[in-house]
Design a protein around this ligand. Structure first.
Ligand SMILES: [Zn+2]
Length: 53
């Protein structure tokens, strides 16, 4: 399985994006190597919900 090693801009950890995922596509097409990892993605979403209410 193909994947890219990318960096999370939030927690500064490297993580893998696998072929078939949206992030992999972005990494390939736009040569982006910095993303938000699943954990931070989830955390940010939860924070947004908390702030909303
Ligand atoms: Zn992260």
């Amino acid at each position: 399985m193909f994947y890219y090693e990318v960096l999370c801009y939030n927690c500064k950890k490297t993580f893998k994006v696998y072929e078939g995922s949206q992030k992999y596509k972005q990494a390939k097409e736009n040569n982006i190597k910095v993303f938000c990892c699943e954990d931070c993605d989830h955390r940010i979403r939860m924070e947004a919900i908390k702030n909303f209410f």
